[in-house]
Design a protein around this ligand. Structure first.
Ligand code: GLA
Length: 385
């Protein structure tokens, strides 16, 4: 028999180790990376940032509209898959989407007829939704280029992207120059923390949110109707036929708006015996919490997909959430991989103040004055069940 010398043994062991390391699945590295995403018609360059935590959760966010383009979350077998609707490239967003993944501002949701009065001055905002003002107007914060800054590069386990946008006095009809700042932080526990801030140089109104469309099963291939929702909100705001709140705060108990226990979204979505379902073409309403704003994010909603086991909890400092079931999706918007997003293939949980608050003195105020700071935090946390 041939003699194997200790040195040869060492060499063989090293080779075996090298081979097995090469074949082992590589451990995801937490961090944030910037890549060119495209050019706007006016020549400005747009970037996309990939935020990754050490579990492998990955978010791609572009500074065009501060838009979350993709977001992977694990199923009960640990398989990470995209859970949001969106486009394959910048041109998809430039052609127009129903606010896929974008930051919404200066005012999330509707302001009736685009008018409001503040300190005895009446303001006329751009109207873009059957005579009402929706999601900041014709060119809201979803359609502007934000200045992006990678923060905390020393702690790559919590990749953080800060976006800033200065909205000029009079933009879309709003008073005051508004400096807005949105910070996305991907946390170790598979949560995304979104922190919103704003200051103004004249009295104005502000209501910022994010308009991600979630589908925890397959990012929009099938409907969201079998996914289960809990809304930790005893009341909701009935609306008129143009989706403007009537001013009433109605208890959800005993109505098709009661999601206090886990309920399939599709269970009562077509129950038009409730006129509110007719007006919303399904769910497109604002649910409100019983608590006052404590400054600490509290659970307002939990979404669960029984097929994949994915669970998403929504925590917020906001007093309300607009739950929208993708009722206007009709297959005409083509998304990732050429997929037409059909009716109710995505849902939004837009944490915010109440729609049309500037015209309802009884609603919590959305007024921001010079010297004050608007602050709001929402956390979307993923796990499996
Ligand atoms: C919000 C509104 C809906 C609709 C969508 C975008 O959620 O409440 O009525 O406008 O945005 O299509």
């Amino acid at each position: 028999m041939k003699k194997i010398y200790p040195f040869s043994l060492l060499l063989i062991t090293a080779l075996v180790c090298f081979q097995s390391c090469k074949n082992a699945p590589s451990q995801p590295k937490a961090g944030i990376e910037k890549t060119a995403y495209g050019i706007l018609p006016d020549g400005r360059a747009v970037d996309i940032y990939t935020l990754r935590n050490e579990n492998g959760m990955t978010l791609r966010i572009t500074n065009y509209g501060g838009t979350i383009v993709s977001w992977t979350a694990p199923d009960r077998n640990g398989v990470y898959q995209d859970v949001v609707l969106g486009c394959d490239s910048l041109s998809g967003y430039l052609h127009g989407t129903p606010y896929f993944g974008a930051i919404i501002g200066r005012y999330g949701n509707r302001i009736a007829k685009g008018n409001f009065t503040l300190d005895n001055n009446t303001y006329n905002l751009a109207t873009n939704n059957i005579g009402n003002h929706l999601h900041g107007g014709i060119k809201g914060f979803d359609k502007v280029l934000w200045d992006a800054q990678i923060v905390d590069t020393d702690t790559p386990s919590n990749p953080t992207l800060r976006l800033k946008y200065y909205s000029k006095d009079g933009e879309e009809g709003y008073p005051g120059g508004l400096q807005a700042e949105v910070t996305y932080t991907l946390l170790k526990d598979n949560a995304l923390n979104i922190h919103y801030e704003a200051i103004t140089d004249k009295p104005t109104v502000v209501n910022l949110t994010n308009h991600s469309y979630f589908n925890l099963a397959d990012a929009g291939k099938t409907t969201i109707l079998d996914q289960e929702l809990v809304l930790n909100t005893p009341m909701y705001l009935p609306v008129d036929s143009t989706l403007i709140p009537t001013g009433e705060l109605r208890p959800v108990k005993g109505t098709v708006f009661d999601f206090s226990k886990p309920t399939k979204i599709g269970a009562r979505i077509n129950d038009t015996s409730d006129i509110q379902i007719k007006y919303g073409l399904g769910y497109d309403h604002c649910w409100i919490t019983a608590r006052s704003n404590s400054g600490t994010p509290e659970n307002i909603a939990s979404l669960y997909d029984p097929a994949s086991g994915r669970l998403m909890e929504v925590l917020t400092t906001e007093p309300a959430v607009q739950f929208y079931t993708g009722n206007f999706l009709d297959g005409t918007v083509i998304g990732k991989g050429g997929m037409p997003y059909k009716h109710r293939t995505g849902l939004c949980l837009e944490t915010q103040h109440y729609p049309d608050s500037p015209n309802h003195p009884a609603f919590p105020s959305t007024v921001l004055r010079p010297g004050e700071k608007y602050e709001s935090t929402t956390v979307y946390r993923f796990s499996v069940k």
